[in-house]
Design a protein around this ligand. Structure first.
Ligand code: FAD
Ligand code: NAP
Length: 343
């Protein structure tokens, strides 16, 4: 039976810990619950907001609609051949638990994406990535329910239009599709080549395991977890949504101009004459690292992470973000784009 809660605080459901309320909240345990929630929203002429772990959203006001909390569970893994596995996973599973489970099953591929908070169903939305690996490296297809029609659709990789922290589910059709299941193809750990090309990761691995010839997915996952725990605030203790801005990509001419002006500019060449700048470095240079305004601020170890010290609001955080954007534009001529979805 569908349980519909009314006037619910969303504070426990977003990692920034902002205390806004939803007019209705429905927890979906299966596809039928999603369809019933859609019918309820349509009949009451209300918008529907899909929520996983709430680790990539900023709530700035009460939501006058139906929040659909994704709790669809279940996962399976099967060999395709000697070299590969197929994983199927429902949207409400926790991503990090799924990563650890895939490693225990002898699969390789997701280890660099360890300890990313949130649910499996949200991972295609911004094509999650970390330490040189993105979801789309392993993604095959997903199932989703179209909110407009109620139909069940399948999207293959090219149809998702994955890009750097982006997909059609984030930019082209936000809130149109409820993702219910993912299919991934992973390597067998016996055959797969682990990816340790991301500079900081290799340094941390060597420190713990000096023999560079035999890294396993488990070793990499453990080191990624340790680095992340040391550097990023735990949302349970300090409200945050991870990186608040995308790393900006500029022309190589622009990057060269900045390099002559600013010593130590952190820049990574991309394809087609473009360069990715580390947004955290720009924010630190602009003097924001560790600042605190009212109840919100910029984390003192990673300037890309904005935090809620407990009493802050989404509006205050957004004001701080706009202030940072204006300063970075003035100082470096670079436009920073907010990464989480703002509601
Ligand atoms: P939510 O915040 O609940 O939702 C995010 C968006 O996706 C919303 O627009 C929501 O409507 C939509 N959505 C959620 N579920 C579904 C669904 N089933 N169907 C359709 N739409 C849906 N991100 C990275 O890419 N790399 C990182 O390394 C990383 N590190 C992080 C570290 C910390 C400490 C934190 C707090 C966040 C980090 N993030 C990172 C951001 C975030 O964890 C990921 O984007 C994650 O995938 C969001 O999952 P979620 O379930 O919490 O999504
Ligand atoms: P970091 O290692 O201090 O590096 C700073 C930035 O420089 C990163 O954001 C990364 O961009 C870029 N970078 C570093 N080495 C690179 C390389 N060899 N090639 C290309 N780009 C490189 O970053 P961090 O804050 O500790 O985060 C580590 C990883 O976790 C990063 O991949 C980051 O994206 C991810 N992360 C993401 C979130 C989020 O919410 N989105 C939160 C925390 C951590 P990329 O971001 O493009 O990798």
């Amino acid at each position: 039976m569908l349980v519909i809660q009314e006037a619910v605080s969303l504070k426990p459901y977003n990692t920034l810990g902002f205390d806004v309320s939803a007019r209705y909240l429905i927890c979906a345990n299966n596809e039928q619950d999603v369809l019933n929630a859609r019918t309820f929203a349509l009949e009451n002429n209300l918008p529907l907001l899909v929520l996983g772990g709430g680790s990539n959203v900023v709530f700035t006001q009460d939501f006058d609609g139906v929040v659909l909390l994704m709790n669809l569970r279940g996962k399976s893994i099967a060999p395709i051949d000697e070299r590969r596995f197929e994983v199927r996973c429902k949207a409400g599973e926790l991503w990090h638990e799924m990563v650890l489970w895939s490693i225990e099953q002898g699969a390789q591929g997701l280890e660099n994406l360890s300890l990313i908070p949130g649910t499996v169903g949200a991972t295609p939305v911004q094509n999650i990535g970390a330490y040189g690996t993105d979801l789309n490296d392993w993604f095959v297809s997903l199932k989703a329910i179209d909110i407009h029609t109620g139909e069940i659709c399948v999207f293959d990789k090219s149809e998702c239009e994955f890009a750097y922290r982006d997909s059609i589910f984030k930019s082209k059709f936000p809130q149109r599709y409820v993702i219910t299941e993912l299919k991934l193809h992973l390597n067998s750990a016996k055959c797969g080549d682990v990816n340790v090309n991301y500079g900081g990761l290799l340094d941390a691995l060597i420190e713990q395991y000096p023999d560079t010839s035999s890294y396993t997915p488990k070793m990499i996952s453990d080191v990624v977890c340790a680095v992340r725990r040391a550097k990023l605030p735990d949302p349970v203790k300090l409200g945050n949504a991870g990186s608040f801005f995308k790393n900006p990509v500029v022309s190589s001419e622009h990057a060269q101009r900045l390099q002559t002006q600013f010593n130590g500019l952190v820049a990574y060449p991309q394809t087609a004459g473009q360069v990715k700048l580390a947004a955290g470095w720009l924010i630190e240079q602009a003097g924001f690292k560790g600042v605190c305004f009212d109840g919100v601020g910029v984390h003192d170890k990673q300037a890309l992470v904005l935090v809620n010290y407990g009493e802050g609001t989404g509006q205050q955080l957004l004001e701080l973000a706009h202030c940072i954007q204006a300063k970075i534009l003035e100082q470096f001529g670079v436009a920073l784009e907010i990464e989480p979805r703002v509601y």
